[in-house]
Design a protein around this ligand. Structure first.
Ligand code: NI
Length: 229
């Protein structure tokens, strides 16, 4: 399931990120690609271990942990340090179809995760570039995603996906992976749908409504049943 989370970063945060990123040193994006994806990847990245990437990445993680919709959708166990990429029209940047590596290790922290979910957090406004759609394929077909700056999309890391060529301007984004407490995408989707319905009921009936309390219990028991921590 694809899930969009709006307003993870405020527009002020995004402007602040861009001020720092636009004057930073960028490197060839293939430095973090696997053997297959290196063949189809043409973009730039902030060096993953650089001070800039780590500082901005930590700000994203703080914003994520305070975001109820993100937590509900991802049920994160470990979040990989965010990376940052840039697709520039004049350099013909794009990223052909690929699947992300199943396991990711971080050199600096020693963190190693199974990549259950991939995340793209947009840091350019859609009107500032043409092309650069994230295209994710799932059982329901192929989905094109291009979100306002500050919004993110979560999608199963097992999906085939690509970024179409940028033909005007530049597309700047953060991307990263996470290991969820609930490994199975279908189970995680059920829990998310249940949680969303409960939150709507809470608004209508209050948190102490007896049926809301029962459903909240079922929500926690499903997590207890499926979670690996
Ligand atoms: Ni990818």
């Amino acid at each position: 399931m694809l899930i969009c989370v709006p307003g993870v970063l405020t527009k002020d945060d995004v402007a602040d990120f861009r001020r720092v990123m636009d004057v930073a040193e960028w490197e060839d994006g293939r430095s973090t690609a696997g053997a297959q994806s290196a063949l189809v990847k043409k973009n730039e990245q902030l060096p993953p271990d650089s001070e800039v990437a780590r500082t901005l990445g930590n700000r994203i993680i703080s914003a994520l942990t305070a975001n109820a919709r993100f937590i509900s959708a991802a049920i994160p166990l470990q979040i990989f340090p965010p990376l940052f990429n840039r697709y520039v029209a004049s350099d013909g940047h794009h990223f052909g179809v690929h699947v992300d590596n199943a396991v990711r290790g971080d050199r600096l922290t020693g963190l190693r995760i199974r990549t259950d979910l991939s995340v793209t957090l947009f840091l350019s406004e859609p009107e500032d570039y043409d092309g650069g759609e994230l295209v994710v394929e799932d059982n329901y077909g192929s989905h094109e995603i291009k979100l306002p700056a500050g919004d993110l999309v979560l999608y199963p890391a097992s999906s085939l996906h690509l970024v179409t060529p940028v033909t005007r301007g530049a597309r700047v984004a953060s991307f990263f992976w996470l290991q969820s407490m609930v490994r199975d995408d279908h189970a995680r989707s059920l829990i998310f749908d249940l949680d969303t319905a409960i939150q709507n009921l809470v608004e209508r009936l209050g948190r102490d409504d007896p049926e809301t309390v029962k459903l909240t219990g079922i929500y926690h028991n499903l997590i207890r049943y499926w979670a690996e921590v």
